[in-house]
Design a protein around this ligand. Structure first.
Ligand SMILES: [Zn+2]
Length: 199
């Protein structure tokens, strides 16, 4: 579930729709929570071959580290990529604002963390745009994402967290423990999909 102060807006014919902040969202705010309503689709589901629904799955679902695909029930599935995104997905599975997001600003993530299993062309307005999402992006960029997350988490106790109550109990407890004691940090590297071990 996305932060309540967000909405879907049309960006342009090339990009399509995107998610925008309707109010100021400060750094450290949890902007997305992997809540229990999210839809999980196994890789061997017959839905992938459905003439209509299969295309929707291929465009909007994300491969998770356990090998299942996740499709958001709300407008989270319309989040676009930016090479300098204002939100990053944490190892706990929620997204956090890594800088202040102004009202009217587009909220974007980094597709490099979405376990894209093919190279994907991309566009963003930055001159150092990576141009393509590649399968090894995770290894190349994880250290930067980790630094951004650790910095944003230091602000998380000082800002309103409307998504706190939809976070599952285990995640909330481990996050609270980390924020209070500095122990039990959940690394972003855990999000990376790893092929099942051959036996
Ligand atoms: Zn870019």
């Amino acid at each position: 579930m996305l932060h309540p102060n967000t909405e879907l807006r049309f960006v342009n014919p090339l990009v399509g729709h995107g998610v925008f902040a309707t109010k100021f969202i400060p750094k450290g705010t949890i902007t997305y929570v992997d809540d229990p309503l999210e839809i999980h689709i196994p890789v061997d589901s017959p839905l992938w071959n459905h003439p209509v629904l299969g295309k929707i799955l291929k465009v909007y679902s994300i491969l998770e580290n356990d090998g299942a695909y996740e499709l958001s029930w709300d407008h989270a599935k319309h989040m676009n990529h930016c090479c300098h995104s204002n939100t990053i997905t944490t190892g706990w599975g929620f997204d956090i604002a890594v800088r202040d997001i102004q009202s009217g600003e587009q909220i974007r993530g980094d597709y490099g963390m979405y376990n894209v299993d093919y190279d994907m062309d991309l566009v963003c307005e930055f001159t150092d745009c990576r141009k393509r999402i590649k399968k090894d992006d995770f290894d190349e960029w994880a250290a930067r994402w980790e630094t951004q997350i650790l910095d944003a988490l230091t602000f998380s106790s000082q800002v309103a967290q409307p998504l706190w109550e939809v976070m599952d109990e285990e995640t909330r407890q481990t996050l609270e423990r980390y924020l209070q004691t500095g122990e039990g940090y959940c690394s972003v590297r855990g999000l990376k999909y790893r092929l099942p071990q051959q036996t």
